[in-house]
Design a protein around this ligand. Structure first.
Ligand SMILES: [Zn+2]
Ligand SMILES: [Zn+2]
Length: 112
């Protein structure tokens, strides 16, 4: 049995908000295969758990699944990258056209 992940999610209303560069509370984990970087942490807006995966170095013609939280680039992403809340919770007043699955918060994470 694994402990359920502790999540302090707050049911805030959906709002596009820039939370700027977040230095603490985010784990940046390059995958062993050297083609992915995974950033996990808690949304500064609602506290929900968010995982963003960057894939890179993918040869053209690769038929892979492009998830909504995945972005691709040929070069390994470095520096400050924008991350959107993807907590998966339903937030009040979320516009129907919103493409993210979170509270509307976005922020930057520094990739090494
Ligand atoms: Zn949320
Ligand atoms: Zn959020």
């Amino acid at each position: 049995m694994t402990e359920p992940r502790i999540e302090h999610h707050r049911p805030v209303e959906y709002r596009l908000a820039d939370h700027r560069l977040q230095r603490d509370g985010f784990t940046v984990a390059p995958a062993a295969d050297g083609r992915r970087i995974e950033v996990t942490g808690s949304c500064p807006g609602c506290g929900g758990h968010t995982t963003v995966v960057w894939e890179y170095g993918i040869p053209s013609g690769h038929k892979g699944f492009l998830g909504r939280s995945k972005a691709r680039s040929i070069d390994r992403p470095v520096g400050a990258r924008t991350v959107y809340c993807d907590c998966g919770h339903v937030h009040a007043n979320r516009p129907a056209e919103a493409w993210d699955q979170g509270c509307g918060a976005y922020w930057q994470v520094e990739l090494p």
